[in-house]
Design a protein around this ligand. Structure first.
Ligand SMILES: Cc1ncc(C[n+]2csc(CCOP(=O)(O)OP(=O)(O)O)c2C)c(N)n1
Length: 563
């Protein structure tokens, strides 16, 4: 049967199981919007800014493990998505971004609302397409979803000119995908697994380092099994939080710039590091030349190009983390099923326990309302069962440090790009995926203003997301750097001019609360969390609190500034 391109697109989305589309209309996608009401199983969420659409699709993807999808118009609609696309790209999040384009005969003519979005997003998408022929639309969409979710996931953009949307063609959706130049390796090479197992067997001070890839490949169980059966302590990157329960005695915390003392000491003293699904970002390594000086590094990653990109790797294992960890475990079990690993690693475990005990994560309690206390209280009230999103800055780091993530996909945060304005739209996406879960955006007063228009999206879709603002009246993380490294020159980081966040909530039809002292914290948070409404809780925290530990930029992990 012949169908328009617009209808074909929506039929393809249905075939891919897409149930929600985050979007914003415009002239170049009006044909798709014209078709949309005839596809009741696809719910459209009208955002208030296209950046919000991409972050919402991203939050949906991170929370659910499915591909997030968004739809925007050409020109400014398309360019407004770039930050969201780059955010997803840095964190390997599967997205399909659909953009309208001017009609094919006008492409290259400086037409109204024309922009070369394929050119603009080339460096920040896994792949992108301009569909010039309606006959290729269905196969392109099929490829886009396949690319987005397979191998190392990422955002894929499909640019669809207006005339392609209203041309007719026969619809058939390809069953299979054949892409000659793209064959991700899932099954790791046996020799690599054997070599990894050899190193683990010889290790006296082994350490597991978890990245976001463990969450992507659902490898938490395999990771937990290896850590516990071989008695190896575990550290994680920001993206890896939740892959291993933070209340497990083997968990040492996040490593890197704002990592724990124990985690950074352990990395610096380990003899074997098994890094799974992590890419050794500079926030994690600190000064490269002194990163893990005594360790042989086993690096498990599905993307061969990320191996040896930043650090010297002794044993590369290319493949899916789940299969790789299970494969290594099998070899170790076959050879040393009865070995007393607790005995072999006893001295090392005692050492890391001592580091953790002497320098635990802490903060000075002096009667003022501390942001760390707010995060601890959110953890206590939710028992670690909520989905937490964050903005970027101190709020993000305190959340990473003081909320004890227990399960994968419960922390949604912009790790690689560090995008302020991510948290609220991501919370909207997560709440769409899980309507019955408690979804909380832990925000800074600066960041929340970057996409606060999405309050309207939350309210009009009856999404009860909670936004807890750690309001310090500063662009706190930048102020912290100015204090520590720029002689307190607080240039343009003081946010004296603020909206009244309670009134802002009310203006959008949400509930607004304010907390000015610690005694109010529990009752107000309880009330807000129980409410069926979108809520802002404006918590006025100590203004010049800093995030510690801190490894200054360019320093080695052992050169931590402590509280
Ligand atoms: C879009 C964007 N612009 C600028 C920055 C640089 N930046 C990083 S943290 C930060 C301050 C954030 O302030 P706020 O949201 O109030 O959070 P706080 O650090 O006080 O918790 C800034 C400006 C960024 N990460 N993202």
């Amino acid at each position: 049967m012949e169908m328009t391109g617009a209808r074909i697109l929506l039929e393809c989305l249905k075939k891919e199981g897409v149930d929600v589309l985050f979007g914003y209309p415009g002239g170049a996608v009006i044909d798709i919007y014209d078709e949309l009401p005839r596809h009741e199983n696809i719910r459209h969420v009208l955002v208030r800014h296209e950046q919000g659409a991409v972050h919402a699709a991203d939050g949906y993807a991170r929370a659910s493990g499915k591909v997030g999808v968004c739809l925007v118009t050409s020109g400014p609609g398309a360019t407004n998505t770039v930050t969201g696309i780059a955010t997803a790209y840095c964190d390997s999040i599967p997205l399909v971004v659909l953009t309208g384009q001017v009609p094919t005969p006008l492409i290259g003519n400086d037409a109204f609302q024309e922009v070369d979005i394929v050119g603009i997003t080339r460096p920040c998408t896994k792949h992108n397409y301009l569909v010039k022929d309606v006959n290729k639309l269905a196969s392109t969409i099929k490829e886009a979803f396949y690319l987005a979710r397979s191998g190392r996931p990422g955002p894929v953009l499909v640019d669809i000119p207006k005339d392609v949307q209203n041309r007719l063609c026969e619809f058939s959706y390809p069953e299979d995908i054949k892409m000659r130049s793209y064959n991700p390796t899932y099954k790791p090479n046996l020799n690599q697994l054997r070599r990894a197992a050899e190193h683990i067997l010889l290790a006296r001070k082994p350490l597991m380092f978890v990245g976001g890839g463990v969450i992507t490949s659902n490898a938490s169980a395999e990771l937990g099994e290896m850590a516990r059966s071989l008695r190896m302590p575990v550290v994680g990157s920001l993206m890896g939080l939740g892959a291993f329960p933070c209340d497990d005695p083997l968990w040492l915390g996040m490593l890197g710039m704002h990592g724990t003392y124990a985690a950074n000491k352990a990395v610096s003293n380990a003899d074997v590091i098994i890094a799974a699904g992590a890419r050794f970002d500079d926030r994690v390594t600190g000064k490269l030349s002194s990163f893990a000086p005594g360790a042989k590094i086993i690096h498990i990653d599905i993307d061969p190009t990320s191996i040896r990109k930043n650090v010297e790797v002794h044993v590369p294992v290319v493949g899916d983390c789940k299969q790789a960890l299970a494969g290594i475990q099998e070899i170790v079990n076959a050879r040393f099923a009865e070995k007393d690993w607790a005995g072999v690693h006893a001295e090392w475990i005692a050492q890391v326990d001592e580091w953790r005990a002497t320098q635990p994560l802490t903060y000075i309690k002096n009667g003022t309302l501390k942001p760390q206390k707010v995060v601890e209280t959110i953890f206590e009230l939710t028992g670690g069962e909520a989905i937490i999103t964050t903005e970027v800055g101190q709020n993000q780091m305190w959340t990473a440090q003081f909320y004890k993530f227990r399960k994968p996909r419960t922390l949604l945060t912009s790790g690689g790009l560090g995008t302020m304005g991510y948290g609220l739209p991501a919370a909207i996406g997560a709440q769409m995926a899980f309507p019955d879960k408690l979804v909380i955006d832990i925000a800074g007063d600066g960041s929340i203003q970057m996409n606060s228009q999405e309050l309207m999206t939350a309210v009009c879709n009856n999404l009860p997301v909670k936004i807890v603002i750690l309001n310090n009246g500063y662009l706190g993380m930048v102020r912290q750097w100015q204090e520590l490294f720029y002689k307190r020159n607080y240039c343009n980081t003081c946010m004296d001019a603020q909206p009244d966040f309670v009134k802002l909530a009310e203006a959008y039809g949400a509930l607004g609360f304010r907390v000015t002292e610690e005694a109010q914290l529990v009752p107000v948070l309880q009330q807000a969390f129980a409410a069926p409404n979108t809520c802002i809780i404006d918590v006025q925290v100590a203004r010049e609190e800093n995030v510690y530990p801190m490894v200054p930029a360019g320093a080695s992990l052992e050169e931590m500034l402590l509280v």
